[in-house]
Design a binder for this molecule. Structure first.
Ligand code: SAM
Length: 252
């Protein structure tokens, strides 16, 4: 898999992408990450990538020509598949684990990172999709590109080292069923009077699995009831979840 970022600050990716799991996945040849300087596709002395918005207003906008030239050049690198092109913008589709799972199936992804007041609207014609990482405004798309890259890379088989780690994590549509993850504990068994659920110390794998499933459903009902409708639940679990949510709403 190849993941690329087009940015006016290509150096910001270096530290994060060379550390820990991101670095290891690259050294293992599971993913190749490249960052490109958008200014390499400018043709003036000042390497200009932005200009004033038509109609006036504060700030500067990223111009279309360097972005269009860069995307065209990066889409036709010999011997490589053309990339799935993602633009980052607060107006994009909210990023989810489901989107990460979909992107993890791509051979090559190109992230286009905005800056300043954003990007000339016409550049979005080059996008296969637009993604937002949340209802807030960042200074640039680089952090969004790192967030999405991290979520995608950890889904590549072998990236985490332990294949099980991804399976029942929060939001995972695999074994997690789209729920929040159950509560987890490690040593010590007692900390300042707070213990660990007895079942987790029992060594009884079936009871542990049943407790975790029930805890995942309960936590999802409590903190993210919006996820329950689309979660993969049995009819019995769904009835229990609905009852839980209704009784919480009534303050029972
Ligand atoms: N004027 C724009 C607006 O109000 O929608 C915000 C521009 S923002 C300051 C500059 C760039 O940061 C955007 O072009 C985008 O690439 C990136 N960005 C900011 N917030 C983001 C978010 N929530 N998700 C994804 N990208 C974001």
């Amino acid at each position: 898999m190849i993941i690329e970022a087009l940015s006016v600050f290509p150096e910001v990716f270096e530290g994060y992408m060379s550390a820990s799991i991101m670095g290891r996945a690259q050294r293992a040849g599971l993913v190749e990450f490249r960052s490109h300087d958008l200014r390499d596709w400018t043709h003036d002395r000042h390497r200009t990538v932005d200009d004033e918005p038509y109609g006036g207003g504060a700030g500067m906008l990223m111009k279309v020509p360097p972005i269009a030239e860069a995307v065209a050049a990066l889409s036709s690198t010999p011997g490589e598949p053309s990339p799935h092109v993602v633009f980052f913008t607060p107006s994009g589709a909210p990023f989810t684990q489901r989107a990460a799972e979909r992107l993890a199936a791509c051979d090559r992804i190109l992230f286009v990172c905005g800056r300043y007041e954003g990007i000339d609207e016409r550049a979005y014609a080059l996008a296969d999709e637009r993604i937002s990482i949340g209802d807030f405004v960042l200074t640039g798309g680089e952090l969004a590109a790192l967030v999405v890259t991290d979520a995608v890379v950890r889904l590549i088989p072998g990236a985490l080292g332990d294949e099980m780690s991804n399976r029942d994590e929060s939001f995972s549509t695999e074994e997690g069923g789209g729920l929040l993850e159950y509560a987890q504990y490690t040593r010590p068994a007692e900390f300042e009077g707070a213990g660990v659920p007895e079942v987790l110390l029992s060594g009884d794998h079936a009871r542990v699995a049943a407790w975790r499933r029930r805890d995942a459903i309960e936590r999802t009902c409590r903190w993210r009831p919006d996820l329950i409708e689309t979660a993969a639940l049995t009819a019995e679990e769904r009835a229990w979840a609905r009852e839980y949510i209704e009784s919480s709403e009534k303050g029972v």
